[in-house]
Design a protein around this ligand. Sequence first.
Ligand code: ZN
Length: 277
Amino acid sequence: MGRQKKSTFSGTCKICSSIPTINSHLIPEAFVKEIFFHPKADEKHMLVHNDKGVKLQSNTGRYAPDLLCGKCDGILGKYEESALALLKQLRLVKIGTKTGTTSHINSGTYRFRVEKVDDFVRFACGILWKYASLPEDNPSVIKVGHFRESLELVCFHDAPVPSTIDVFLERDLLSVSAFDDPHDVFYYVTPSVDVVDDRRMIWFSVGGFIIYVKLDNGEPSDFAPSVCWMRGRKKCHFNVSMRALHTNTGIVESIHTARDDLARLNRKILLPQRGVR
Ligand SMILES: [Zn+2]
């Protein structure tokens, strides 16, 4: 996964204090490359934070130097690989019908199994830990307060997932309905923190799904049907709800903001017509 590129900085690993650190991809490179039309054609993409007026060109996604050594980054890599395979498999689940530009979505919960309990929860925690560990002035940083420590224990030290933390998956319906092939992936969304029902809920989007992570105390909220919460389960369910269209509504604006840049950056690559309808 291209993980062994040494960082040009001289910090120590935030987990084991060893040197050197490497450039750790924030969103794993394999998830970033899923959005490319031609994985080998050196396609470029844009990272857009409309709320912060930030627009950045990217090749394989942003990475952080001075965060992790190769060994500790590899611990997350294991969870990332299994999450990539799982989401690829779940994207093939038929959740409705599509004729031309008209989609009919069957809302509800869809059953699936995971090979190892909590591996996906640990994957989600790893992504949040990286974004929570960025310098304050990084436009992608998220603030999770003392929960950063819990995330660290779960994703680097194999600690049991505490009852405060839980995760559920929701199919990204914008991706399903707005583009030609519902099984393909067209964008990813870096983590955002929101407060839902007085609880901190963090969401990000990769592999055609929105991944919601709950960090605060208490039982899981009714934000998802109770069967969808994944902690401690082998038999799982993902959610299909029209709400997903609202969650990723900012994407439409970002695609428009980046449209000209993408055409300019990739002019040597013949891109099929792609757009939001
Ligand atoms: Zn380390």
